[in-house]
Design a protein around this ligand. Structure first.
Ligand code: PLP
Length: 380
């Protein structure tokens, strides 16, 4: 049996014909840059989550960078973000010469802990840094706990950016990620829940001014006349071809999120008491970008090897929090360190997760996890 960690071929079997027609049409139309599919997709993306504006760009990292450029983020300024995340979240801050201040995550959800934000702010102040923004990450598809985060940002004049690369389309108490935050970003990297056939990304915002500035910034800082540039920008566009692909994919995205939930529920039922299964906040729905379980750190390698021996692929997201990585270890860490982030990095294992994981294959995976965990004496 060959088990895929993320099965993109299964989706192609489902919508491949429509997709091929859409791709060929875009190729034949020949409007390769900013063709009509780009605006059409931006409209669908905004509609999906209830955002006012959506702007396509080249990838999810650029999307974050464009948000920070719109704030004119400078050296001497800081952005609070989690350390247990993909590097892009903090990379864009440091790349602009500003300082990421790493905050602790919540033990149960892996997302930035609202209770640790005051400590992060204090740390920044002590370092003489002005906090301009906070980047909350919807890790593994679960929305951050936005209500207390929004209250903290409002009280301190901090701009909230939601990095929804993994969680675009997830639900937080009646709202949909993408519509949360002063700006939200997503990525269409193929392995993300809403992925394209290459690189792509988008920024979403309720704010007319951010929309206007980012629309200019992502095309070299163009003014109303494209050869009269009004600011220093970048070249970061969503390709017409990728937009054509995404138009087909977003049409089935809600259905795919439902299918992922079915898979997550079956894992939770099959693995309860065997390994530590993920917890989703009340009133929230994850997009299940990853299904991440936890085992004791000293059993993890053996667990992964045991699963591999039974042909079950796994992955570790993420083996090292950013504040322990070479490029980031000199940036400020909130409070007295980030033990919860460090522990999470040592315990997590991601299991195969995609909307087309059939019951028989999933049962095989569940049985394998149960058998290996029992053999290793993993207790939760
Ligand atoms: C994937 C990802 C990004 C970056 O997206 P790219 O399109 O690969 O640049 C940013 N943040 C998080 C949390 C991600 O998972």
């Amino acid at each position: 049996m060959k088990i895929e960690f993320i099965d993109l071929k299964a989706q192609r079997e489902y919508i491949g014909d429509r997709m091929d027609t859409a791709i060929l049409a875009a190729v034949n139309e020949g409007k390769y840059i900013h063709g009509p599919q780009v605006r059409e997709f931006e409209g669908k993306l905004a509609e999906f989550c209830g955002a006012k504006h959506a702007i396509g760009c080249a990838n999810g990292t650029d999307a974050l960078e464009l948000c920070l450029m719109a704030l004119d983020l400078r050296p001497g300024e800081a952005v609070i973000c989690p350390s247990f995340t993909f590097a892009a979240t903090a990379e864009v801050v440091a790349g602009l010469g500003a300082t990421p201040v790493f905050a602790e995550i919540d033990e149960a959800t892996f997302n930035i802990d609202p209770k640790g934000l005051e400590a992060a702010l204090e740390t920044a102040k002590r370092e003489g840094l002005k906090v301009r923004a906070l980047i909350a990450v919807d890790l593994f598809g679960q929305p951050s706990d936005y209500e207390p985060i929004e209250a903290f940002c409002r009280a301190n004049g901090i701009v909230l950016i939601a990095d929804s690369a993994q969680g675009f389309g997830s639900r937080y108490r009646g709202r949909v990620a993408g519509s949360i935050g002063d700006m939200a970003t997503t990525s269409f990297f193929p392995a993300k829940p809403l992925g394209c056939y290459g690189d792509g990304g988008a920024i979403l915002t309720p704010n007319d001014e951010y929309n206007e500035v980012i629309r200019s910034l992502h095309v070299h800082g163009k003014g109303t006349d494209k050869y009269d540039n009004v600011r220093i920008g970048v070249n970061s566009r969503l390709d017409t071809l990728q937009a054509a692909i995404l138009l087909e994919k977003i049409a089935i995205f809600a259905e795919e999120i439902d299918k992922r939930q079915v898979v997550a529920d079956r894992y939770a039922a099959g693995l309860a008491g065997v390994v530590r299964t993920p917890m989703v906040l009340d009133g929230c729905v994850s997009t299940w970008a990853q299904y991440v379980v936890r085992v004791p750190a000293d059993k993890r390698d053996a667990m992964i090897d045991g699963l591999k021996a039974q042909s079950v692929p796994t992955a570790i997201y993420y083996p090292k929090p950013l504040h322990e990585q070479t490029a980031y270890k000199n940036f400020p860490v909130s409070g007295n360190g980030l033990p919860i982030s460090e522990r999470a990095a040592q315990q997590v294992i991601a299991l195969p997760m995609h909307p087309y994981l059939d019951e028989a294959t999933q049962d095989y995976i569940i049985d394998a996890v149960r058998a290996v965990a029992t053999e290793l004496g993993v207790a939760v």
